[in-house]
Design a binder for this molecule. Structure first.
Ligand code: SF4
Length: 269
């Protein structure tokens, strides 16, 4: 089965996909990638503990709920930074710098969660266990999806669950966002997730990319053209990974200057 990240990787550089998936040549993680992993781990940790977090809310005041969420993100971040010590030291990336990189995004996350809960509390006058039981939407993190029919598998950053059959996939992205719309690889990634979710939940038809640095959500709606793009990409990647020779180097040399496989790539024929 092809992973969704391999599909988006193919859009970036087919040769790199070949090196990773056929020749099993991998580069070392860069600082930004490690900070991204830390951020995702914190968000996942908070998501997985959200029941306790929501049930422990004592005040219906928005500022208090925000402080409560912020404290939980902060606690999770400290724990995950401690666990990432070896990786950070290897990259000579100071803990406080990694923290400074991810904290603004986590603050926005805390605000978003707090607003969601606050609005629900205002509307339904509930607190404690009842608040958690009735809260909608709820967020589920790192959702694994796979389809034998599509020959595709993936892991969705977050699924917003509005009801049993109303689900919205979300991907969180750091870094520069396009002026409008989505970067092509993000659009394809979301379309693939919608398709994968749709197999089990036929009502799923849209998803969002959250550009965390600008605090904006951009929508992807599934249509026959995007669906076709995803299916064609899956076929192309299948052909690529069963090929005996690596594809040509990228024509866009800017990609190569920041590629962690540059040296190994040069050494290939
Ligand atoms: S150096 Fe360039 S061509 Fe080679 S794998 Fe990296 S991006 Fe692709």
């Amino acid at each position: 089965m092809i992973s969704v990240s391999t599909l988006t990787g193919y859009l970036y550089c087919a040769r790199k996909v070949y090196m990773n998936n056929v020749l099993r040549i991998y580069g070392q993680k860069r600082k930004e990638a490690v900070s991204g992993t830390i951020m995702h781990a914190v968000i996942e940790h908070v998501n997985n503990n959200e029941k306790e977090i929501v049930e422990a809310i004592e005040s219906p005041v928005l500022e208090d709920i925000e402080i409560h969420y912020r404290a939980n993100y902060n606690k999770a971040l400290s724990a995950i930074l401690d666990k990432s010590n070896i990786e950070l030291e290897r990259l000579k990336h100071k803990k406080e710098n990694a923290m400074a990189e991810v904290w603004p995004v986590l603050l926005e996350e805390a605000k978003l969660r707090a607003r969601n809960v606050h609005e629900f509390m205002q509307k339904h006058n509930v607190i404690g266990k009842e608040l958690w039981e009735r809260l909608a939407p709820k967020y589920v993190s790192e959702v694994s999806v796979a389809s034998f029919a599509l020959g595709l598998r993936g892991r969705i950053d977050r699924v917003e669950k509005h009801s049993e059959d109303c689900l919205i996939p979300l991907e969180m992205k750091t870094g520069k966002a396009p002026k409008e719309g989505l970067w092509d690889n993000h659009r394809i990634q979301l379309a693939a997730y919608i398709l994968l979710l749709k197999e089990k939940y036929p009502n799923v038809n849209e998803g969002y990319v959250e550009y965390l640095d600008i605090g904006e959500r951009r929508q992807v709606v599934l249509n026959p053209f995007i669906e076709n793009e995803v299916r064609e990409l899956v076929s192309k990647v299948k052909v690529l990974v069963s090929s005996a020779v690596p594809p040509e180097k990228e024509s866009n040399k800017a990609k190569c200057t920041k590629c962690e496989l540059r040296e190994q790539c040069e050494a290939l024929n």
